[in-house]
Structure formats: structure tokens, C-alpha cells
Design a protein around this ligand. Structure first.
Ligand SMILES: Nc1ncnc2c1ncn2[C@@H]1O[C@H](COP(=O)(O)OP(=O)(O)OP(=O)(O)O)[C@@H](O)[C@H]1O
Ligand SMILES: [Mg+2]
Length: 303
């Protein structure tokens, strides 16, 4: 049995990919896509189709339902290999490595791009958790009526990619976006440590983390028009080699600044950041002044 996603991916033949794509095509309309439709769309002779279906179910890339409304449905892993196929075909990545994060919202892998630099592939999972979060945010909710997990996962991927593109263009310290396909986003690997794992920093270094983070939030608010909405010490990566630099990751739940809950989320983001840096590193800055700075109502940083 294959041990990881990359091994699964490499086992698959063109015919098996055709079957996956055939199921995906109708997935928006059917929870379980009827076998006849898959047969037609895949255009394979029955014996080959049966073999492909068998392999795909064994590898847990599709699920089969028997009975009256029989048919096939993609699993998240099925969607993952389709996105991988696209990234490999476009020359975005050449090899997928280890999983470096299993979040509530996605699986994050390290990967190698042609040219041997490291990237991160994030496969979004629009699971129950994100549904709940999303319900709270209008910007998602608008697109949410009568949609499927698949459509939602893709929407989340698109949101993250587009947010990163806009933020990076405006000079914010975020991972550089490289590609997006379906529910998956490829971004530059940030050589850093999650802020919550850092126990020791000199005072000036902790101040730099604060300044970098506030500047990114300010660019997001004033030039892109968005609020992160889920900022915490888990979504800040700190480069500790050479000069300290802080990057803010994990943007798909952002809200536009004119949405009704934007103010509240901005206040929460900034206060989490200040509270953490104060508790752990003794860095003190005034919350109201920090919020003003982020909103562009004041030009001097609050420290
Ligand atoms: N560009 C990147 N460079 C380096 N590491 C990254 C990058 N993106 C994500 N990671 C790592 O993967 C972890 C999870 O990523 P991210 O926060 O984007 O996903 P998530 O699904 O929201 O996870 P969670 O729900 O746990 O917050 C991060 O905490 C970080 O350690
Ligand atoms: Mg995260």
C-alpha cells in the first residue's frame, strides 16, 4: 500500500485520472454521480472502467454508493491528486514531500519546485469547522447558497490565492503565492518558526515582530481593504536567521473592511497580537493606537 499522497499520485494511470475528472465534472450536480454518466464522460471500455474504479476506491480517492441512487463521489484525496496533477503538468512542482501541518482547515505539505526551491502546497478542506466559521462571515455566505463541499473548498482556495496575490503586490510580508488549482494553493516556503514556538527573543526582536505584523495588517487594511480575521501566534511565521522578520499566513477567512464584523475582527486580531507579545516578551503597545495605525488613522507605529 502507498504510504503517502505522493505515492498514491504516482501509482495512477492516465485512465484513472480520466475517471476522476469524469466524476468531478458532475460532482456539483450529484452527491453520488451515476455510473452511466461517469462511463460516458470517461469514454473508456467497460472492463477498463471497472478496473479503474476498483483501483480508485481501493486507494480511497472515490467512494462508491450502492443501491437505488448508486454512483461515485470524489473524496478529498481524490481532489488532492487532481490538483497535484495540474501543478505537476504546469511545472509548478516536481515532487511532494512531507506533511508539515494538519490544520482544521487544510493539509499543508512541503514540496519541491523545478529549480529545487521549496514551496508549500495547502489543500483546503471545507469541513464542518470552516462551514461554521464561514457562516459568520458574509463574504463567504454570499457564495454559499446550495453549494457543495467541493465548490466550497475551491472557493476557499481561490480566496486564499487572490488575497495573497493582492497582499504581496502591495508589499505585505506574506508567503509569495505561486499557483492555485481547485482547492489547492502553492506558495513560497517561509523559512520560519511559528511564533508560539519561540521562547526567547531579545526585546528589539520582539518589537520587530510586532512592527512587521502591524505593517502587514495596515497594508491589508489600507491598500487591499481586508482584515485577516484569524490572527494568532499560530499564523505568524518568524524568520530567526539573520534579521528577525515576521510573516502573516493563513488568509482565506479574511473579510472586507466594510463588512459589518470587520471592526470587531480587526480589534480582535490586533489585541491577540499585542497580548501575546506582552505576555511572552514584555513588549507593550497601546491597543487603540495600534488599531489607529493599522487603519491608517495615524502614521507612527504605536511603539
Ligand atoms: N508558506 C509557508 N511556509 C512555511 N510554513 C507554512 C507555510 N504555510 C503554512 N505553513 C505551516 O503549516 C501550518 C498550517 O498552515 P495554515 O495556518 O496556513 O493552515 P490551516 O489549515 O489554517 O491550519 P490551522 O487550521 O491549524 O491554522 C502553519 O502553521 C505553518 O507551520
Ligand atoms: Mg493556521
Amino acid at each position: 500500500m502507498p504510504r503517502n499522497l505522493w505515492e498514491v499520485y504516482n501509482l495512477l494511470s492516465d485512465e484513472e485520472f480520466r475517471v476522476l475528472r469524469a466524476i468531478e465534472r458532475f460532482q456539483a450536480k450529484y452527491e453520488y454521480v451515476p455510473a452511466e454518466l461517469v462511463e460516458k464522460a470517461a469514454g473508456l471500455p467497460p472492463s477498463k472502467l471497472a478496473k479503474a474504479i476498483y483501483t480508485l476506491s481501493n486507494l480511497k480517492l472515490i467512494r462508491r454508493r450502492l443501491g437505488n441512487l448508486s454512483g461515485y463521489t470524489l473524496t478529498y484525496m481524490g481532489l488532492d491528486v487532481l490538483a497535484l496533477r495540474n501543478f505537476v503538468a504546469r511545472g509548478v512542482i516536481k515532487e511532494l514531500g512531507d506533511k508539515i501541518g494538519v490544520g482544521k482547515e487544510g493539509d499543508v505539505y512541503i514540496a519541491l519546485a523545478p529549480g529545487d526551491y521549496r514551496v508549500v502546497v495547502k489543500f483546503h478542506r471545507a469541513g464542518r469547522e470552516s462551514f461554521r466559521k464561514i457562516r459568520k462571515h458574509r463574504s463567504y455566505a454570499l457564495d454559499l447558497r446550495a453549494t457543495t463541499w467541493l465548490a466550497l473548498a475551491k472557493l476557499v482556495g481561490e480566496r486564499e490565492f487572490k488575497a495573497l496575490v493582492a497582499l504581496e503586490r502591495e508589499g505585505a510580508k506574506v508567503p509569495e503565492p505561486i499557483a492555485w488549482n481547485r482547492h489547492a494553493v502553492v506558495q513560497r516556503y517561509v523559512e520560519g518558526v511559528e511564533l508560539h514556538m519561540i521562547r526567547e527573543l531579545r526585546y528589539e526582536e520582539a518589537v520587530k515582530v510586532l512592527l512587521d505584523s502591524l505593517e502587514t495588517l495596515r497594508i491589508a487594511y489600507t491598500r487591499v481593504g481586508i482584515v485577516h480575521g484569524d490572527l494568532s501566534e499560530y499564523n505568524i511565521l518568524v524568520k530567526v536567521e539573520g534579521e528577525v522578520e515576521a510573516f502573516i499566513i493563513d488568509w482565506p477567512q479574511y473579510v472586507y473592511k466594510d463588512e459589518p464584523n470587520a471592526e470587531e475582527l480587526l480589534r480582535r486580531d490586533v489585541s491577540y497580537l499585542l497580548r501575546f507579545l506582552k505576555r511572552r516578551f514584555g513588549v507593550e503597545a497601546d491597543l487603540e493606537e495600534a488599531i489607529k495605525y493599522v487603519k491608517g488613522d495615524r502614521d507612527e507605529p504605536p511603539i
